[in-house]
Structures are given as C-alpha cells and as structure tokens.
Design a protein around this ligand. Structure first.
Ligand code: FES
Length: 120
C-alpha cells in the first residue's frame, strides 16, 4: 500500500456521534483497496472512506491528492473505482454490502476483456 492511501494517526472509526433518538442503518462491510472496513446503510462511499481514515479519494495524473470538495456531485474530485467501475463519484454513490472500492490513481479507463468483463 502506498503512503497516500491511509491517513496516519486517524481514528479508523471516526464517525460523528449521533444525537439522542437517532440511529444508524444496518452495519455491513465493504473492501477499500485490500482492507475490509465497516459501513452503515445510508452512507455514501465518500462517508465510508473518510470515516475509515481515507480522506484522499484519488490522485490526479500528476499524483496530487484529491478528496471530497463539493460533496454534491459537481466537482468530480472524489472519483474512485467502485466494483470495477472507474470514475465513480464517491459522494454520489451509496455504499452497499461487499462493495469493492479502490482509490483511483490518475485517469482510469475501463478495458473490456475478451469475456466482456471490465478491467480498470
Ligand atoms: S466531491 Fe465533488 S463530485 Fe464528489
């Protein structure tokens, strides 16, 4: 794992406390890079990444880190690979059980394999 992926010193369970009477959705697991992390129903991929110590969603082609900027699908700074689909906006994608999320490096294009599966 390269140094830009996981933030050093970040509590891997840094979700905000909930006010009284409010509860989270069902807990499930997703995989970020090669690490299994927790997520809750109703969270976006961006939320899951940040809550588990991954504030950097992608790097530019020059290797500069990018995270959530607008948080509403406009800036495209949060592009990640979700279930082999590159250029997925983390802030606009709901987390789902067993989802596989990879922080994207530069521009990524899908390559269609001979068996019609995709390779990012
Ligand atoms: S943070 Fe701007 S599109 Fe996701």
């Amino acid at each position: 794992m390269t140094g830009w992926r996981r933030s050093e010193g970040v509590n891997p369970q840094s979700r905000m406390p909930l006010p009284e009477g409010v509860s989270r959705g069902a807990q499930f697991s997703v995989v970020v890079n090669d690490e299994k992390v927790s997520a809750f129903e109703g969270e976006s991929v961006a939320t899951v990444l940040m809550a588990n110590g991954y504030p950097i969603m992608r790097t530019t082609q020059k290797g500069e880190p990018r995270g959530v900027f607008c948080g509403m699908g406009v800036c495209f700074d949060c592009l990640v690979i979700v279930d082999e689909v590159p250029n997925s906006r983390a802030c606009m994608t709901w987390a789902a059980p067993d989802m596989r999320i990879i922080q994207q490096q530069g521009l990524t294009r899908m390559r269609v394999q001979e068996d019609d599966s995709f390779d990012a």
